[in-house]
Design a binder for this molecule. Sequence first.
Ligand code: NAP
Ligand code: COA
Length: 273
Amino acid sequence: MTLCTFDYHGCNVFVAGGTSGINLGIAHGFAKAGANVAVLSRSQQKVDNAVADLQQYGGKVLGYAADVRDADRLQVVFAEAHRELGFFDVLVSGAAGNFPAAIQTMSSNAFKAVMDIDLLGTFNVLRFSHAYLRKPGACVINISAPQAFLPMEMQSHVCAAKAGVDMLTRTAALEWGPSGIRVNSLVPGPIAGTEGMKRLAPPGKMGADMVAKSVPLRRLGTPEDIAQAAMFVASGAASYINGAILPVDGGWSLGGAAELGRNLLAMVGKQDL
Ligand code: NAP
Ligand code: COA
């Protein structure tokens, strides 16, 4: 399948959590299409590596070490990125944490860590970038997960957090639509080679094959699949799409995704918790 080409020359794209995996793939997509790109994550090393990698396309690239839980730091970062780039045409909020853990054994702080990164972090990213979003015209993309609408064993923290992310998407779409800002969620399916897959899928090639078989399209997704969807949603072709929760998962959430919880149980050697 050939990839679509998009033209984002002259556009400014901010990707929160954009230094690895799916979100870095999205940053690559936009940078390759000509955009100036800023990425943010906690690890200075990951930020430096991502910036060096994204510079290959020739646009401006900025990187910031910051935690999405740190509202004060985010305010400084967004103001600085705005000074360097101008108004943001696209904002992606994708920082997240995940690990398999059952309700009765997970600590309150473990549950809170994921709520704080995924949900409060997305709120902070939206709240403190708003002044710097182009009005009208900006597109915000929150990165959700099938757990937002499918309960999965050992994923209560992620289910609760991502359900909240999708409601933030829908609320922000209502509040910001009148000023010409569209807000949508992308819901990736299982994406090959990512930290999320490493943490949740059974290990090794056999595990990846097992997950791929549970996808109606019979393959794992790639970061490019999600980047293509992000570039479509941010484009003029999607100018009337607002408040949508868009699965980009090969149909996985129609059924196969429910198997993941069972796979997680198998990984910890249990049939039931
Ligand atoms: P990943 O590589 O671990 O990406 C997470 C990114 O967020 C990294 O750049 C990480 O960098 C950053 N980050 C984590 N905590 C942060 C914090 N507190 N503040 C700022 N940045 C933070 O994982 P991924 O698997 O590609 O997942 C990316 C997104 O896709 C997530 O939103 C995830 O829920 C979603 N998703 C993934 C899959 C999948 O198959 N992988 C499926 C559905 C949905 P630092 O460590 O430097 O902070
Ligand atoms: N199982 C159960 N609890 C866990 C856990 C696991 N695998 N990993 C961490 N925790 C608990 C910790 O024990 C701690 O709880 P405690 O204080 O009661 O002991 C709590 O979670 C917070 O852990 P901490 O390491 O301080 O959090 P952090 O903010 O440094 O890191 C995480 C956040 C835990 C989500 C970490 O895994 C992370 O940084 N993830 C980012 C990458 C990622 O998950 N990518 C996939 C995205 S789909």
